[in-house]
Design a protein around this ligand. Structure first.
Ligand code: CP
Length: 308
């Protein structure tokens, strides 16, 4: 694995190995605390982030490594007109591995062609966000103990949500996974994913307009933000937004071991009253994100730890 641009660059076996390593680190953090000593991670974020940038930095620091980078294009020479490729090439001489977020789709792929150190795409516009997909998979594995025989509801903005598209593709590789798509008509899953994934692989899926009608069937409920800025008029947004606010009342018919996920940031699509419900996994998901990134950094740097 030289670079990680698209989550589907990873085979099922590679994902299994990353989750296995992430789980080992989670169980015994001290064992890994110096494995990246004298190695540096650069985080080049041309777009805002809380979780992705800081979890990458926390991951490298907890492996004993160093971090450098910037959190906005304005604080780099990109603001003077430097190209992304020149910026990334420059930083490749100061670091052993790079995590990069950019608003333009394809920017990390183009930048990766110019450098000799591994580059991780930390989100490129509406395209890919592979470490969020790995975080989601680590969460499913930790909370459900399996990737097969699951009914997954995906709710909110299914049209533009890059995390939804990548997770559907990743989970479609496992046995007996059923998908329920919960969205307003305006934010339905793109037809190409229905055709290329569900129909091509003969995967069971259902489209509904309310979460209440499918709640009792779900093993996982993956919530996403309904994005106000996507709507053509405010009235449509106001009409639709309340359909997708998850609250304790809507959870009354849910399974006792439902796993509620959200890539975050949350705006108001999950009531804060749900946060204390044992089925709320979205802050656990944040935590798992750091461990899977630790596993990814180690793997991409070729760092091994002798197993007992
Ligand atoms: N989930 C996620 O990518 O969050 P940030 O935008 O805060 O990094």
């Amino acid at each position: 694995m030289k670079h990680l641009i698209d989550p589907m660059d990873l085979t099922v076996e590679e994902i299994d190995q990353l989750i296995d390593l992430g789980s080992k680190i989670l169980a015994d953090k001290e064992k890994y605390q110096d494995v990246c000593k004298h190695k540096s991670l650069a985080t080049l974020f041309f777009e805002p982030s809380t979780r992705t940038r800081l979890s990458f930095e926390a991951a490298m620091l907890e492996l004993g490594g160093n971090v450098l980078g910037f959190s906005s294009a304005n604080s780099s020479s990109a603001s003077k007109g430097e190209s992304v490729s020149d910026t990334v090439r420059t930083v490749s001489y100061y670091s052993d591995i790079i995590a990069m977020r950019h608003p333009k789709e394809g920017a990390p792929l183009v930048a990766s062609r110019k450098i000799d150190v591994p580059l991780i795409n930390a989100g490129d516009g509406g395209h890919y966000h592979p470490t969020q997909t790995l975080t989601d998979l680590m969460t499913i594995y930790q909370e459900k103990g399996r990737f097969h025989d699951l009914t997954i509801g995906m709710c909110g903005d299914l049209k533009f949500g890059r995390t939804v598209h990548s997770l559907i593709k990743a989970m479609s590789r496992y046995e007996n996974v059923r998908f329920v798509m919960i969205s307003p008509e305006e934010l339905r899953l793109p037809e190409y994913i229905v055709k290329d994934v569900f129909e091509k692989k003969n995967i069971s899926y259902q489209e509904v307009r309310t979460m209440e009608e499918v709640m009792p069937d779900l093993d996982i409920l993956y919530m996403t933000r309904v994005q106000r800025e996507r709507f053509f008029n405010e009235q449509d947004y106001i009409r639709l937004k309340d359909s997708f606010i998850l609250d304790l009342d809507k959870l009354k018919t849910a399974k006792k071991d439902l796993c509620i996920m959200h890539p975050l940031p949350r705006v108001n699509e999950i009531s804060t009253k749900v946060d204390d419900d044992p089925r709320a996994c979205y802050f656990k998901q944040v935590r798992y994100g750091k461990f899977i990134r630790m596993a990814l950094i180690m793997t991409m740097l070729g760092v091994n730890v002798d197993e007992d």
